[in-house]
Design a protein around this ligand. Structure first.
Ligand SMILES: [Ca+2]
Ligand SMILES: [Ca+2]
Length: 442
């Protein structure tokens, strides 16, 4: 059999695992600096704005669900950083918000409760303070809060360094200081005590060890967004870099705690602060890519592994983005640790700042600067896929092939699998079968 690959084909690995091509479907616009999204259902969303408002999108209508604008430090850069719904939100109405408090700019993790009479609003007076983390220097505070598959609430903090370009990041090495809560992943049990209990399996759960019992992992700079794979429990975390490297971390569900993600001893997989003791216990990122000093501003936005049912070709792919560049990637990691990472052709000239995952596994994204909420779809043109593979001799798919696409192509005929853009063009002949995982075999 003869195979011809066009010059545009990225690599042979593209052939082995056909990458789904993403598109963005606009759901709602008109937000002011949306920074996080929680998906109640496929027609109901809560979207947090940096100015302290959490907006409700319900059947296309936009209303205010909660307004904590009077409590925040700054409506643009010091308001809400992240929020999440309690796993039993439908019954208890709890949401957990991470915001910067007016006055001292401390990070507050607070619980609010949906109004029992009107499920479309939450009352300001329902606030319960869960955890307070001082930020006397301002600086990176991450802000993501989310529940793990174990039912515990995970919270990331930034290193509190201002992180100005070409400055020294985290000069006090707080992210490596076990007595300090900055640059850490914290884990608490909001169901087992008030305001919370310490999970007994936390690595520093002993009150006598000098380490905050909440601490679960260390060595983080500004881990803006992260998630658990709902199928495997694996942990994916994007850590925003200083000047040189943006990094994506993968941690398997059975990895012991605490993991040390390296900052500021390492930026990405590269030595950064050389005064750190040499160590081999750092958790190196799955990948890093050149950041600000490469000539373009950069800021990684960690995403989710797609586990929805609407797009079988996307199942098992991790979707993430860069906020500053408007770039999206899909990444497929195999169990042996190898992975395929593909930059998507879509690039909105805006700011993908946070992803959200629905109860059905479908994915969403909000962009900060243009104030929009999108659903992530996969590009297909069904009518064209149903054409005759053998006639005409050149068959143009314009689709993402699925397991239903099986074809025998006569010698001399060509098949073009033309993805959303012309970036992935594949010309081949012979018997071709598209397997369920999106791979082409022939
Ligand atoms: Ca302790
Ligand atoms: Ca790291």
């Amino acid at each position: 059999m003869i195979r011809y690959f066009s010059l545009l084909l990225v690599s042979c690995s593209t052939l082995l695992a056909q990458t789904p091509n993403l598109t963005l479907e606009l759901i709602t616009s008109g937000f002011y600096r949306p920074c996080d999204v929680a998906v109640v259902s496929d027609t109901k969303f809560l979207v947090a704005q940096t100015d302290g408002k959490i907006k409700l999108v319900k059947n296309g209508q936009l209303t205010t669900f909660l307004d904590i604008g009077s409590k925040i430090a700054d409506p643009d850069w010091g308001g809400i950083f992240g929020f999440t719904l309690h796993p039993q939100y439908e019954t208890n109405g709890y949401i957990y918000v991470h915001y910067s408090r007016k006055g001292d700019m401390a990070s507050l993790i607070a619980r609010f409760t949906r109004n029992s009479a009107n499920p479309d609003v939450a009352d300001l007076s329902s606030e319960v303070s869960i955890l307070t983390i001082p930020y006397p220097n301002g600086g990176h505070r991450s802000g993501r809060v989310g529940f793990g598959p174990d039912g515990y609430l995970y919270i990331t903090t930034g290193d509190s360094s201002p992180g100005a370009r070409n400055s020294i990041g985290d000069p006090a090495k707080l992210a490596q200081n076990l007595t300090d809560l900055h640059g850490k992943l914290l884990r608490i049990d909001v169901n087992g005590g008030f305001p919370y209990a310490i999970p007994p399996t936390n690595p520093f759960a002993s009150p006598a060890d000098g380490v905050p019992d909440e601490l679960y992992a260390l060595g983080l700079r500004n881990p803006w967004r992260w998630s658990f794979d709902r199928q495997t429990g694996d942990f994916w975390l994007g850590d925003v870099g200083q000047d040189d490297w943006e990094e994506l971390n993968f941690t398997s569900a059975n990895a012991p705690a605490p993991q040390n993600y390296g900052w500021p001893c390492y930026e990405g997989s590269h030595t950064y602060n050389t005064t750190c003791p040499p160590g081999s216990t750092y958790h190196m990122p799955l990948l890093d890519y050149a950041g600000y000093s490469s000539g373009k501003d950069a800021s990684i936005t960690g995403g989710f592994v797609y586990r929805g049912s609407k797009y079988p070709a996307l199942r098992g792919w991790y979707v993430y983005a860069d906020y500053a560049r408007g770039t999206y990637w899909t990444l497929k990691r195999e169990t042996n640790g190898t992975f395929q990472n593909t930059q998507q052709s879509i690039s909105i000239s805006s700011s993908p700042v946070s992803f959200g995952e629905g109860p059905d596994g479908e994915l969403y994204v909000v962009s900060l600067l243009d104030g929009k909420l999108y659903r992530i779809n996969v590009y297909t043109i069904q009518s064209v896929r149903n054409g005759n593979w053998n006639s005409p001799s050149t068959w143009n798919c314009n689709c993402v092939p699925t397991s239903a696409d099986v074809v025998t192509v006569s010698t001399g005929h060509t098949v073009t699998v033309n993805q959303a853009s012309s970036a992935n063009l594949l010309i081949l002949t012979g018997k071709i079968q598209i397997s369920a995982d999106g791979k082409l075999t022939f």
